[in-house]
Design a binder for this molecule. Structure first.
Ligand code: ZN
Length: 203
């Protein structure tokens, strides 16, 4: 038995035109398209850096690309790169050996605070870390956007270590001048020292 063809109701002309029209081409480049990376400037020498595949500083390429101060090996400043994209986007700011070690110590002090939130409370990693950095920025008295250990100098790293050591919270600034000895450090310590910082601030 032959099937009776269903007659489709006619689309309104406007809708038909719209459906038939070719999809507009993307005018803008994807925001994920790699942008050209400028060589970072060494903060100690004031000159730009050169890109190395890792062999100059590590002797192998396992860790990816590295921006190295042109004064290498006279200057130890360098910064590793993100793996994605062109592999040349710096992970942070260039730092000499002393500062790099300080950053490692700062991470060792700070990371367990937000990681505990992930492991014990099932908070998503990015949320826990974001909340941790938000808390840290507050304690350091800096903007959240500027709060990245990968961009901190030596003194800031020392401050991170103090803040992230019990009792948690705001501490006397690093190397205060003798004239401006702060007197409010205890207040901050009490306010933020009662509980684990990540417990208070992670959503
Ligand atoms: Zn340098």
């Amino acid at each position: 038995m032959p099937r009776k063809k269903k007659t489709q109701p006619a689309d309104p002309p406007d809708a038909l035109d719209e459906a038939a029209a070719p999809k507009p081409k993307r005018k803008r480049q994807s925001r994920y398209a790699p942008k050209p990376i400028l060589a970072p400037i060494c903060p100690y020498c004031g000159i730009d850096s050169v890109l190395d595949d890792g062999t100059m500083v590590y002797g192998h390429t396992n860790f990816g690309n590295v921006w190295i101060c042109r004064n290498h090996p006279g200057c130890s400043a360098r910064v590793g790169c993100h793996r994605g994209g062109t592999g040349t986007r710096p992970l942070g700011t260039m730092a000499n050996e002393v500062t790099r070690k300080a950053r490692t110590r700062a991470h060792a002090a700070f990371d367990p605070l937000w990681k505990r939130k992930v492991e014990k409370h099932g908070v998503e990693k990015y949320r826990a870390r974001g909340a941790g950095y938000r808390w840290l920025a507050e304690q350091m008295g800096i903007e959240f956007e500027a709060c990245h250990i990968s961009q901190f100098d030596y003194d800031q790293c020392m401050l991170v270590i103090k803040i992230c050591t019990p009792p948690y919270g705001r501490k006397t600034p690093v190397e205060p001048s003798p004239e401006s000895e702060p007197t409010t450090s205890e207040e901050g310590t009490e306010e933020h020292g009662r509980d684990h910082p990540a417990d208070q601030h992670a959503a």
